[in-house]
Design a protein around this ligand. Sequence first.
Ligand code: HEC
Length: 122
Amino acid sequence: MTAPCVRRAVLPAALFATFLALNAWAEGEPETDPESDQEQALFRGMPDDVGRLEVFGFCGSCHSIDLVLQQGLSRAVWEDVLVEMVRDQEMAPLQPDIRVKVLDYLEEYYGPDRKALSPKAK
Ligand code: HEC
C-alpha cells in the first residue's frame, strides 16, 4: 500500500525539476545585451555617441560608410569634405544642427588619432 504515496510525491518533484531547469535557463542568459553586438556590427564599429546616427545615415547613403570611417582627418579637412560633397557630389547641405553633430562626431572619433579604433571609445 505504498503506491499512492509515491505517486503523490512524483508530481511535486517533477514540477520542482522543471522550475530548476527554467531557473537555470534564465540565469544562463548572456550578461551582455545581445543588441549591442548587433548594433556594433550594423554601425561598422562606430562608437556609440551623439552624432553616430547622423553620420551613419547621411554619409552612408551614397557610398559605403567605410569610405568615411577609413579616414582620419582634422575638423578643418572634414569641413572641406562636407563642402566638397555638396559642391561636387550632389549631397544636400546638412541642416546646421546636424552639420555640427556630424563634424563633432567625425572630429572626435575619426580625427588624425583615429580614436574610434581605441577600445576605450566603445
Ligand atoms: C549625395 C551623395 C553623397 C552623400 C550624401 C555623401 N557623399 Fe561622400 N562621396 C560621394 C561621391 C559620389 C564620392 C566620390 C565617389 C566615390 O569615391 O565613391 C564621395 C566620396 C567621399 C569621400 C572620399 C574622398 C573624396 O573626397 O572624394 C569621403 C571621405 C566622403 N565622400 C565623405 C562623406 C561624408 C563625411 C559624408 C556625410 C556628411 C558624405 N560623404 C556624404 C557622394 C556622397
